[in-house]
Design a protein. Structure first.
Lengths: 390, 159
């Protein structure tokens, strides 16, 4: 079979760094995985129960392309309450198949061929490929451990060119757990205004914020609503990854353009997930609070254990990942991850899976049971001890 | 303190060193906090939650709704404490609604519980009536499910 059957722009996308690793882990037995980017909690029962009830009532049809009106109203209320931005449920909100689809729709709706998109790195694995597939040019802006992986407006200024159209943000961040202090977020919004950029803000981890300072959305900053597409979903905070429900809120003209693509490629997000999402938004906050508290305890545990093992690891303020610095072992991220897996049967993800600037780090997810985290940390400690410190 | 109590309520057998890591405290600080909670009577004790389907299947548990005449001095407390004093009694609660005290009694057999109710409970002067019901099966107790659910499968590495 000739590879020329595949379109060049798809062929040129490199294979996901996580994929090879996944296949090796999957083939091994008794591995403790800290490599999982989804909650270990099952969706809270009241949400599952609401979905079962909606099936019993026979809610099995299509919904409006934009998503069910009831869900959009719930989203509008929830976003106003938690993020202090008001969106009209009629034409400023679209329900998508996860945030992943929303990112794809937004980029395809906004980009002309050759337009540049700025995003911070290390970042979620889909950003650069999704930008490329939409005809854009990905411009990675590295974040640094010494800044706790927050994004600096000064770093953006160095990377921006007249071709830049979009700035993508993801705070709290997968894989670093970084959150943005308000003052730096204000500098970044001023940067976006100065360069007339549309901001695509993926705030999927916003409820999982362990800082005393509440989460701030860039969409809520003065003058930003009209140039921001706010993306959120149910996968992380509500432990609903498999339901595949996300949403985008933004200016009506952009939501309309996103809807054009969505209606022809997807038609609508599955109704069962939308029904569950209504229940999640309207009654799910106590469940979210319970899970957040559990994540917070695990985060403290894993950070303290890794530091004691001699692997420097800052205390991230959000998401459910830690991003320890493994440079002291003398190994690359990939070597560290593969050798740890081989020797101790613990899976962590090489930092380079999240972009070249992740070199020297690995991502450990603490969305795993406490006893598993404890054993994994003991094994990591055993693994690094003979490697010594450089 | 809330986090510490939540951790202990969930699993009091967890090593103090692990609690310390979870709360960003030293082990000595955790030990001191727990000692304080024990000393001031916030923590009354520690127990294991037992699956009775697997151990001691012969014993029975009765849930007894008791109506009592409150006393002029002491109200319900004195009579409730009197009932609580029997070692067969596992729990006693003052309730709102159609009866006054909910008494949970453990016995080795139906006969033993029946004789406790007939000879000891209902003969207390203030007790007006007892409605005794027997527990048939436990599904969840102290927040713990008795039939263990199998954990759903997850992919081992995801982005």
């Amino acid at each position: 079979m000739s590879s020329s059957r595949i379109a060049a722009h798809v062929r040129d996308i490199p294979r996901s760094g996580i994929r090879d690793f996944f296949e090796i882990v999957q083939s091994m037995k008794d591995v403790i995985s800290l490599g999982i980017g989804e909650p270990d909690f099952v969706t809270p029962w009241h949400i599952r129960e609401a979905a079962v009830y909606s099936l019993e009532k026979g809610k099995t049809g299509y919904t409006s392309n934009l998503g069910s009106p009831r869900l959009r109203r719930s989203i509008s209320t929830y976003v106003a309450k938690h993020f202090s931005v008001e969106y009209n449920s009629h034409d400023e909100i679209i329900v998508t198949v996860g945030v992943s689809e929303a990112i794809d729709l937004a980029l395809r709706a906004l980009l002309n061929r050759g337009d540049e998109v700025l995003y911070h790195e290390p970042c979620y694995v889909s950003y650069a490929p999704t930008i490329s597939l939409a005809g854009g040019v990905p411009i990675a802006v590295p974040t640094r451990a010494e800044d706790h992986f927050t994004l600096r407006a000064a770093a953006l200024e160095k990377a921006v060119t007249p071709k830049a159209r979009v700035l993508m943000l993801n705070f709290p961040t997968n894989p670093t757990g970084a959150v943005m202090p308000l003052d730096e977020l204000e500098r970044i919004s001023a940067f976006a205004v100065k360069h007339d950029l549309v901001v695509l803000t993926d705030e999927i981890y916003s409820e999982l914020n362990y800082d005393e300072v509440p989460h701030h959305s860039v969409a809520a900053l003065p003058g930003m609503k009209d140039r921001t597409i706010f993306l959120h979903g149910f996968s992380k905070a509500f432990a609903m990854t498999g339901w595949r429900i996300g949403f985008a809120c933004g200016p009506a003209d952009i939501i309309e353009a996103m809807m054009k693509i969505h209606q022809y490629s997807i038609l609508c997000a599955p109704i069962m997930g939308q029904e569950a999402a209504v229940e999640a938004l309207e009654h799910g906050e106590p469940s979210v609070a319970r899970m957040r508290e559990e994540y917070r305890l695990r985060r403290n545990f894993i950070v303290s254990s890794l530091n004691d093992a001699g692997i420097p690891c800052h205390l991230p303020k959000g998401a459910f990942y830690v991003f320890p610095d493994i440079r002291g072992t003398g190994l690359t991220s990939k070597e560290f991850s593969f050798q740890l897996l081989e020797a101790k049967k613990v899976a962590v993800v090489p930092g380079t899976a999240f972009g070249p600037s992740g070199e020297g780090y690995v991502r450990c997810s603490y969305a795993a049971a406490m006893d598993q985290i404890k054993i994994a940390c003991e094994r990591i400690s055993d693994f690094v001890r003979p490697l010594g410190k450089r | 303190m809330d986090s510490l109590i939540r951790i202990l309520r969930n699993n009091s057998a967890i090593p103090r060193a692990d609690i310390a890591r979870q709360l960003c405290l030293s082990e000595a600080e955790v030990t001191a906090k727990i000692a304080k909670l024990e000393a001031d009577g916030t923590i009354l004790g520690y127990q294991a939650v037992i699956n009775r389907e697997q151990w001691d299947t012969e014993s029975v548990t009765a849930v007894i709704e008791v109506r009592v005449t409150p006393e002029r001095e002491g109200g319900f407390d004195r009579i409730a404490n009197r009932i609580a004093g029997f070692e067969e009694v596992e729990s006693v609660y003052l309730m709102s609604g159609g009866y006054d005290l909910l008494v949970i009694v453990d016995g080795r057999s139906l006969r033993e519980v029946a004789s406790f109710v007939a000879d000891k409970l209902s003969t207390i002067e203030a007790v007006q009536s007892c409605a005794t019901r027997f527990r048939l099966k436990t599904y969840k107790e102290n927040g713990m499910r008795h039939a263990l659910e199998e954990a759903p499968e997850r992919l081992s590495v995801t982005p």
